[in-house]
Structures are given as structure tokens and as C-alpha cells.
Design a protein around this ligand. Structure first.
Ligand code: FES
Length: 148
């Protein structure tokens, strides 16, 4: 565990926004092609603003810490702003992650987009940040997550 900084450890030991949202407006699940870990994010949306977000992560400490900060980050943002959140911003918010753990933050980034995609589908909406997004895509080249 020495590989993690204090902020990562804190979010891992005391994660924020754990659980599920009843009657969520959008729900997204993403499994990492790198390690097989899974993350589910639920969102509650009103007037295009994310009012609440909760997660369940079956994954490592950094995946849990990433979900915790990522859900904190998107609560209060508009959908467009939430779609612009990158895994790099999640890593910065955590004060850094070890290189082998970068893909864990991608799980959060992708699960957020999947939840918004679900919301958009259910409400007949389109968002610029979702162009080309495929919730079922298998990122087997790992290019987007920085894992060589
Ligand atoms: Fe795969 Fe962290 S999510 S090792």
C-alpha cells in the first residue's frame, strides 16, 4: 500500500458516494479490459445538472479512490462539464497514481460517460462529448488509458 499517497488512501479507506441511486436517471457499468475490475455509476439529473452520483466498484484500491473523487467531482456539474472530465483530472485530484494504476482512473472516466450515455438514450438527448462514445467498446489497445 506504500505506493499510494495519503489522499488516495483516504478515499480508499473512506470513500464518498458509495451505493446505488434508486430510480437513477442514468446508470453505467464499465469493466476494465486490463484487469477485469468493474465499476457502476448511477446519476440523478435535473435540468441537465448532475444532482447526485453514487458508485459501486468491484476493483482495487485505486479504482475505489478514483470512483470516490470522480463522483465528488461531477456532482453539481452540467452534463457537458461532466463529459469533459478526463481521467487525468481524476488523477490530479487524487494527487497522482502509480503508472500501473492509471487504467483504474480510466474505469471512472468511462463509467461516468456510460451513465450519461444511458441518461441521454432514455431521454432522447445528444451531447457533443458523447460523439463516438461506445459504452461497449473494448479498449484493447490501452492507448486511451496510458497502459503500454
Ligand atoms: Fe484494475 Fe485497479 S482497476 S487494478
Amino acid at each position: 500500500m506504500a505506493m499510494y499517497n495519503d489522499k488516495v488512501m483516504d478515499h480508499f479507506m473512506n470513500p464518498h458516494n458509495v451505493g446505488e441511486i434508486e430510480n437513477a436517471d442514468g446508470s453505467g457499468t464499465y469493466g476494465s479490459p486490463v484487469c477485469g475490475d468493474m465499476m457502476k455509476i448511477d446519476i440523478k439529473v435535473k435540468d441537465d445538472v448532475i444532482k447526485d452520483a453514487k458508485f459501486k466498484t468491484f476493483g482495487c484500491g485505486s479504482a475505489i479512490a478514483s470512483s470516490s473523487v470522480a463522483t465528488d467531482m461531477i456532482i453539481g456539474l452540467t452534463i457537458d462539464e461532466a463529459l469533459a472530465v478526463t481521467n487525468k483530472q481524476i488523477i490530479n485530484e487524487l494527487g497522482g497514481l502509480p503508472a500501473v494504476k492509471i487504467h483504474c482512473s480510466v474505469l471512472a472516466d468511462h463509467a461516468i460517460k456510460s451513465a450519461i450515455y444511458d441518461y441521454a438514450q432514455k431521454n432522447g438527448k445528444t451531447y457533443k462529448g458523447l460523439e463516438g462514445f461506445d459504452p461497449n467498446a473494448d479498449e484493447d489497445d490501452h492507448e486511451s488509458c496510458g497502459v503500454e
